[in-house]
Design a protein around this ligand. Structure first.
Ligand SMILES: *Cc1c(COP(=O)(O)O)cnc(C)c1O
Length: 296
């Protein structure tokens, strides 16, 4: 199955935000069930002959964007999909929304395990020849080829619009998308850590790309420590403001902190900016429900 049979290069849209003109690369529009940077990161799998596999095995959070993308990838390729999670809180089973709902609808085989740490650490492995094992969040060398195409699309956009200097901004989880993008892009990449701090993110970069001169610039919050997945009024506010002012629904887990930091650091980039909408909006239903339950 060829990637570009399913996906077209994503469009770029111009918006006004934080008193600046900002280009938005709409990777969220790549595919309804399979958008954003996960489509980019799994590009390599589209190009691969998967006929020797019977199933995909992965692990991670029960609301993860990667989980939903893998579920839809597995369905598209008629592969079984086993997904390992920590034991789930009881209330969740009566309140299934967002990525979790979608992935189950696509036939994901959810496996709650108390051995979760051993899967994370690699102590438990899934090395059967018919199993395609995907690391959490898709942080893997196979992610590079698809992100390279994203870099090409961005350079084409810049050339067509006679832009000679461009700042490319995107959120990071594992950092795989950002570091491979910087490796293949002639413009500067700026990113914001969401899962850990700047130090964790830099280590992640080094695991995938040892050369420090090929790493993106990291912007982190100096005023406040944010915990991944927690609710913050300023996150919900900027997400709502983005929608009100641009009409674009951004993602509610990674995008808010990234936009806050972008607005804070705008003066550092006196040249055009391109923000990559990395998709994941299918997960917003469950995130927004949490904000509403918390009384925001
Ligand atoms: C997965 C994801 C990220 C993080 O991507 P990494 O390559 O792990 O850094 C950022 N934004 C969205 C919307 C995602 O789904």
């Amino acid at each position: 199955m060829n990637f570009y049979d399913i996906f077209q290069p994503s469009p770029v849209q111009e918006i006004q935000f934080c008193e600046r003109t900002i280009f938005v690369k709409r990777d969220d529009l790549l595919h309804a069930d399979f958008g954003g940077n996960k489509a980019r990161k799994f590009y390599g799998f589209f190009e691969e002959d998967l006929s020797r596999y019977k199933k995909i095995v992965s692990y991670g959070g029960h609301q993860s964007n990667a989980m939903f993308s893998l579920a839809s990838f597995a369905k598209l390729h008629n592969l079984q999909f086993d997904y390992y999670v920590k034991p789930l809180p009881k209330f969740l089973k009566s309140n299934i929304l967002g990525n979790f709902r979608n992935a189950l609808d696509f036939g994901m085989n959810l496996i709650e395990t108390s051995d979760y740490q051993k899967i994370m650490s690699g102590e438990i492995q899934f090395s059967e020849p018919e199993t395609l094992f995907v690391k959490q969040g898709g942080a893997m060398p196979e992610a590079e080829s698809g992100v390279k195409f994203l870099a090409k699309e961005i350079e084409t956009f810049a050339a067509e619009n006679a832009i000679s200097e461009l700042a490319v901004v995107l959120p990071s989880g594992t950092g795989a998308t950002a570091v491979y993008l910087q490796k293949h892009l002639k413009f500067n990449v700026f990113t914001v850590p969401n899962v850990g701090d700047a130090e964790y993110l830099t280590k992640q970069f080094s695991d995938l790309v040892p050369e420090a001169n090929l790493h993106p610039t990291v912007w982190d919050s100096t005023k406040k420590k944010y915990q991944f997945g927690n609710l913050y009024p300023e996150f919900y506010l900027i997400w709502q403001k983005l929608f009100a002012e641009t009409g674009i629904e951004f993602e509610l887990l990674f995008d808010p902190k990234t936009w806050l930091l972008l607005c804070e650091n705008l003066k550092q980039v006196p040249y055009p900016i391109l923000y990559i909408h990395s998709g994941g909006t299918a997960g917003n239903a469950s995130m927004e429900a949490r904000y509403l339950r918390a009384g925001f």
